[in-house]
Design a binder for this molecule. Structure first.
Ligand code: DGY
Length: 325
């Protein structure tokens, strides 16, 4: 029987799953992100930690919690965990891939549509009772989505699911750049692998789906925006720090790209105020890519299953660091 700490509110079903396996579960039952010293205090004696994507689990945390055997991150992205440090200390790290793919792709496409057709602006306008009657030259004229070129940067699971929506639903031409070509996506979606520069030049919608790594951080900065198609709408439902938000706001103001649909911020939970001031063709959301009830429950249950497997000495189904075994 092990002691497991859960860093934030999660579903009761997931907690019961761990308890039913015979473990003791303690929770931070609030929405408050624990400062690192408090997270350490409460995890110090635990063998398992279920944490969220905004709990930084670095070497200091791991050293302060010497009994830890399993860190189960309730997210597919795990840039918040120092996996190398965990591996050196034989701590298993797990994530929750797959279950959120379609939900995140839905939200990505919804944001893309909302920016292109200026839905949030139209909503605010209607609620303010400013609609005076239909006219040809209406104030919220957007741009078409169907038949346009959709560029995907990072053709993994979520990138492909977004591309599928564009190709099958909106007759879009799919171009992509990824660490490696994806023949299956090319066959299914008639997708064309292009160099990164070509992706910037040709995409009318450019959707980011890479993990956050030292290599991808701030890839989208002033210099990148200059090279993008002036008509493009940038979509980021991956990780905020991949985009330099000040540079994005400046580029939007300078007309170097048309718009942006942003679900993840550079310094969450802070929302960049320069971006927030731009209304036309800009949509902002508070990291809700996977936030459907069904998907968040599946993520929590998957994290619990990873924890239970790791604690009982089996290989967790979603183990990231096999070398820690
Ligand atoms: C993840 O799981 O990494 C997502 O960002 C959560 O929505």
């Amino acid at each position: 029987m092990a002691d497991v700490f859960v860093s934030r509110r999660i579903f009761d079903q997931a907690i019961e799953q761990v308890e039913d396996a015979g473990h003791t579960v303690r929770c931070n039952d609030t929405s408050r992100i624990l400062p690192t010293d408090e997270l350490i205090d409460r995890t110090r004696d635990a063998e398992g930690l279920i944490c969220l994507l905004n709990d930084p689990i670095d070497a200091d945390v791991l050293d302060a919690c010497p009994n830890l055997k399993v860190v189960s991150n309730v997210a597919v992205g795990y840039d918040n965990v120092d996996v190398e440090a965990a591996t050196e200390r034989d701590v298993l790290v797990t994530n929750t891939p797959g279950v959120l793919t379609e939900t995140t792709a839905d939200l990505t496409f919804a944001l893309l549509m909302a920016a292109a057709r200026r839905i949030p602006e139209a909503d605010v306008y209607s609620r303010a009772d400013r609609y005076d009657g239909w006219e040809l030259m209406q104030p919220h004229m957007g741009v078409d989505v169907y038949g346009k070129t959709l560029g995907i940067w990072g053709m993994g699971r979520i990138g492909q699911a977004v591309a599928r929506r564009g190709y099958h639903g909106f007759d879009m031409d799919i171009i992509y750049n990824s660490r490696e070509p994806k023949p299956d996506a090319e066959a299914e979606l008639d997708a064309e692998y292009v160099e990164f520069d070509t992706l910037l030049e040709r995409s009318e919608f450019l959707s980011i789906h890479t993990p956050l790594t030292p290599e991808t951080e701030a890839t989208f900065d002033a210099e990148t925006f200059e090279r993008m198609n002036d008509e493009a709408i940038l979509v980021n439902a991956a990780r905020g720090p991949i985009v330099d938000e000040d540079d994005l706001a400046a580029a939007l103001k300078a007309g170097e790209l048309r718009g942006a649909a942003i679900d993840t911020f550079e310094d969450e939970p802070a929302v960049n105020q320069q971006l927030a001031e731009i209304e036309e063709f800009v949509v902002l959301a508070p990291h809700i890519g996977s936030a459907s009830r069904e998907t968040r429950l599946e993520m929590a249950e998957m994290a619990a299953a990873n924890m239970v497997a790791g604690l009982e000495g089996s290989v967790p189904p979603n183990l990231i660091n096999e070398d820690a075994l």
